[in-house]
Design a protein around this ligand. Sequence first.
Ligand SMILES: [Fe+2]
Length: 155
Amino acid sequence: MPKITWSEKLEIGIASIDEQHHRIIDLINELQDHIESGGLVLANQTLHTLIEYKTFHCAHEEELLQQAGFPLLKPHKRAHSEYIKECTVFHRRAEQGEYTAHKALAFVKPWMVKHIRGEDMDYAEYVKRHQAGGESPTLPWHLRTLNRLFPNREK
Ligand SMILES: [Fe+2]
């Protein structure tokens, strides 16, 4: 199974976030290495490190979004906590002797790429404009359209 290759397609242009995303991708690739070489104890340790690092990263990201007044912070936070919850379940089950590492990998790998290229890209311009202190930040056009079409949708 090919690993995730870090590339500029995964960069959102905020240094601290890109650096942390890169580290997360490295951990996911490390998890895959351990699974492929049959190192299940190491795989579970890496999964644990991944959960801890991801928890730290999500808190940092959520703080940036809060400081910028990003309007979609709530669903973003929810996506983070669901991801961490899911990973924690895989880890706990592995600790109890179940073979879950491959399922955890199958979950985290596409989730992370989709999240970076989706929800994280969606806040990038907004946060960057806020940080630059220039023009007032706006949501990307597809989110503005959604909000206009469905004014009562959950935010
Ligand atoms: Fe995120």
